[in-house]
Design a protein around this ligand. Structure first.
Ligand code: SF4
Length: 191
């Protein structure tokens, strides 16, 4: 029976049946199909820990909840638009209910009066949950050195990632979320 040998190939190959020949288990065998079959002892095995697997899953399936109050929110919207295609990283599913989200992105100035609202929404998010402070206002009050502006949202919620800028660019925010993802995958964030 003729075989496809690939004698000139630099890649080691097994011989394969020609189309229509060597039907196995009632199926028609395509060229090279038999070569993909593993011999006993050739199977691939992946060893890991449950914590590593959970970190990988969590880091690649973030569901953001935007808490936008000012100009930074516009940059956040830009990042979530099609140009940046954040579906590549698994966090394109933006949720406006805290009960369906695990990443709060605080984008904008937070006044003291808004503090209890921010805290309440954070409390309503299920564990594990993460907070990203976007821009100078959310991280430090920005240029609002005023009695009524919160000088950093870590006064009311724990912050896992800070993104500097006034405003940060969409690329900067994307970079911050990817860095947060790395921390989650490494299991560095535990509460
Ligand atoms: S950091 Fe700058 S751009 Fe962002 S909300 Fe504050 S003033 Fe606006």
């Amino acid at each position: 029976m003729p075989k496809i040998e690939h004698n000139d190939s630099i890649i080691g190959r097994k011989t394969a049946d020609l189309p229509g020949q060597g039907a196995e288990k009632g199926a028609i065998t395509l060229p090279g199909e038999r070569a993909r079959e593993k011999e006993p002892g050739e199977e691939s095995i992946l060893l890991t820990t449950l914590e590593t697997a959970m970190g990988w899953v969590r880091g690649n399936s973030l569901w953001p909840m935007p808490f936008g109050t000012a100009c930074c929110a516009i940059e956040m919207m830009s990042m979530l638009a099609s140009h940046y295609d954040v579906a590549r990283f698994g966090f394109e599913v933006v949720r406006f209910s805290p009960r369906q989200a695990d990443l709060m992105i605080v984008a904008g100035t937070i006044v003291d009066k808004m503090g209890p609202v921010l805290k309440k929404i954070y409390d309503q998010m299920p564990e594990p949950k993460y907070v990203l402070a976007m821009g100078a206002c959310a991280t430090s009050g920005g240029f609002y050195r005023a009695y009524h502006v919160m000088q950093g949202i870590d006064e009311v919620v724990p912050v896992d990632m800070w993104v500097p800028g006034c405003p940060p660019t969409p690329d900067g925010l994307l970079y911050g979320i990817l860095k947060l993802r790395e921390k989650i995958e490494r299991g560095e964030i535990r509460r």
